[in-house]
Design a protein around this ligand. Sequence first.
Ligand code: ADP
Length: 302
Amino acid sequence: MTSILGIGECMIELSPAEGSLLRQGFAGDVFNTLWYAKATGGPDAEVAFFTAVGDDPISDRMLAFAATAGIRCDSVPRIPGRRPGLYVIHLTGAERTFSYWRDTSAARLMMRHANRLWPQVADADFVYFSGITLAILSHEDCELFLGNLRARMKPGARVAFDPNLRPHLWDDADRMRRVISRAAGLSDIVLPSFDDECRNFGDAAPEDTARRYGALGADQVVVKNGPLPTLLLNKGGMQDFPVPPVEGVVDTTAAGDSFNGAYLSALGRGAAVAQAIAVAQACSAQVVYRKGALVPFSDLRI
Ligand code: ADP
C-alpha cells in the first residue's frame, strides 16, 4: 500500500458552539490533508504525520485524536515546556475570521528532531508539506529541511507541495516567494490555490500559476480555483476540469486541504490524474457543504 507522510502543524481549534460556548477540536492544513487522505483511502491507507508537540495533557489528546483517525504519529517529538498552537474561529453570519496563538508552538521546533523525521521520509511514497510548514520554521530549520529532503527519500517517491501562501506568517514577502519557489522546484506535484497565487505572485490567470510552477520543474501542477474549473498542467499540456456545482455551500474551510488529501490518496491507489481530480473535487464538495475543517469519516461518501 502507498504511504503518505505529512509534515506540518496541528493546532487546538476553538469554534463557536451554543451561546458563548466554544467547542474544542484539532486542525491544521497538513493534518487536514492527512485526515482526508485517510478518509478516502480506506482502512489500508498508510498515513503518517510528523510534527512536534509539547509534554502537556492537550498534546496527549491531540496525538490520541490523530490515532483514532488512523493517522500514525509514531515519531513525533515532545518538546518539554512547549504546547500546541491554538486558534479561535469567529463567526459573523457565514463569514469566518480567525485569531491565532502559534508564535511559540511546539511544532515550530520539529526540525530540532530531524533525526526522527528522516527515517520516516525514507519510508514514504509521498511526502507532503505546505508553505505553512515552511513559514513556521526558523530560517536554519527551513534550510535543513529543504536542503536534505530529496536526498533522504527513496527512489521513485514523490514530493507533493501546497504553497498555501500566508504572508502574515513570514517575516518578509520576498523571502516567502523565494522559499515557496524553491520548495516547488523540489516538488513533483504542486497543488496551489489560484486566489492565493494571484494575490501574492500577481498571476493574472490560473494558467500563469501553472506555467510558473511548471517552469520550476514540477511534473504536475493542479491549480484549485474554488467553484471555477481546476486546471491541470502536466506533460500532456494544460487541461481544465469543471467543478460539479454544489448547492448551499456552508463553509469553505479546508476545501483545498480535502482536495489535496483525496487527490494524493487516489494517486496512491493507482488512479489516473483525471480520475484523481474527479475524486478530489467530489471530496471537497462534501467538505464545503458542511461546517468545520474535518468532516467525520462516516459522513463522507466517496
Ligand atoms: P482553498 O481552500 O485552498 O482556497 P479552493 O477554494 O480553490 O481551495 O477549493 C478547493 C476545491 O474545493 C475546489 O477545487 C473545488 O473542488 C472545491 N470547492 C471550493 N469552493 C467550492 C464551491 N463554492 N463549490 C463547489 N466546490 C468548491
